[in-house]
Design a protein around this ligand. Structure first.
Ligand SMILES: Nc1ncnc2c1ncn2[C@@H]1O[C@H](COP(=O)(O)OP(=O)(O)OP(=O)(O)O)[C@@H](O)[C@H]1O
Ligand SMILES: [Mg+2]
Length: 327
């Protein structure tokens, strides 16, 4: 409350960075051991987006988030959060950012509620008179109301994750940065967190969340960036990313064997023939010609379509591989 409603103009900005809530330029982190964890990252997170930061284990998501939150220094490059440079202006920026980073720091001997009371007390801008109400509201919001009195060391992984999220929600924020917020949650818990993220976004909070789960990003995010081995492979609106990839071709026919032969001959990849259906990666070129070739070869085509591409198709197209951990 009482905060400026617009992001400050970004002085040393790149394209589209004016209304960016996070913008990085060639952001790079090499750990002391020599590991290049983040390599020349140019990230632009638009205001009001739910931005998915997607990448397999070890691709540099947490390292990036730690740099954005001023927890570690970049080796080179720069980052701006809410229009201000970090880590330089971290102290001014961070009160407006709620963060949940891998393994929230909790006092095991304190209850969930007492942990939050401590967090809130550490915030010099938080009014002590309304502290208990704020904490109760945050606990309710993440579904921990009933377990608030239990010691944090007796919490499950998912409960700890919820408590970390509650800490990030104690104050209204311009930006929420959530590192794998559904880690350790059961499917019901994951649905609840997704609903919460949507609700926060509809209130105008920009949400930046990392995940290694493609379908999770697809369900909740408006925008995404795809990381692999410390490098950015693609970023943009989720719909555009998926549209950049072609979905699978599906041919329905009683002549599946013959159809498969023609598709292979025409350069289709990964051809899978079932009883009355053949699916494949569509080859380059006009699909109408492919359909005509099938018919000319005597294949009785009952259905010919391309399924809508998913983010997973896009990822496979971008990296030429599945979503596995880099060695
Ligand atoms: N403190 C550190 N010292 C040295 N190397 C590190 C350190 N932290 C991470 N790394 C390495 O940097 C790379 C990126 O790690 P990071 O934790 O950023 O990945 P991530 O995308 O968050 O993975 P995950 O999905 O498993 O959380 C990995 O190769 C990792 O081994
Ligand atoms: Mg991580």
């Amino acid at each position: 409350m009482g905060e400026p409603s617009a992001v400050e103009p970004d002085r040393a900005s790149g394209e589209g960075a004016e209304d960016a809530v996070i913008a990085t330029r060639a952001l790079t982190k090499r750990y002391r051991g020599g590991q290049l964890a983040v390599d020349g990252l140019d990230l632009v997170v638009p205001a009001g987006s739910v931005f998915g930061f997607l990448g397999p284990n070890g691709s540099g998501k947490t390292t990036t988030i730690r740099m954005l939150m001023g927890l570690i220094e970049p080796t080179s490059g720069s980052a701006r959060v809410l229009g201000r440079p970090v880590p330089r202006a971290a102290r001014a920026v961070l009160p407006r950012v709620g963060a949940l980073i891998e393994g929230p720091a909790l006092y095991g001997f304190l209850s969930g509620r007492d942990n939050l009371l401590r967090y809130d007390a550490a915030d010099p801008t938080a009014d002590p008179r309304t502290r208990r109400d704020r904490v109760a509201a945050a606990l309710d919001r993440v579904g921990l109301g009933a377990a608030a009195g239990k010691k944090a060391k007796a919490y499950s992984l998912g409960m700890k994750q919820r408590l970390g999220l509650a800490a990030a929600l104690l104050q209204p924020r311009r930006l929420l940065v959530l590192d794998e917020p559904t880690n350790g949650l059961d499917p019901q818990g994951m649905r609840e967190i997704r609903a919460l993220v949507r609700e926060l976004a509809s209130d105008g909070t920009t949400v930046f969340l990392s995940s290694h789960l493609l379908d999770e990003i697809e369900q909740v995010c408006t925008h995404a960036a795809v990381m692999a081995q410390g490098r950015l492979i693609a970023q943009g609106a989720v719909a555009d990313l998926a549209a950049g990839a072609r979905g699978r071709l599906v041919v329905t026919t009683p002549d599946a064997g013959e159809a498969a032969r023609v598709l292979k001959e025409r350069g289709a990849g990964d051809v899978v023939a079932a009883e009355d259906r053949v699916t494949a990666e569509p080859p380059d070129g006009d699909l109408a010609d492919l359909n005509a070739a099938l018919v000319t070869a005597g294949v009785r085509v009952r259905g010919f379509s391309v399924e809508r591409a998913s983010l997973e198709d896009a990822f496979v197209a971008l990296t030429g591989e599945g979503f596995d951990v880099a060695g």
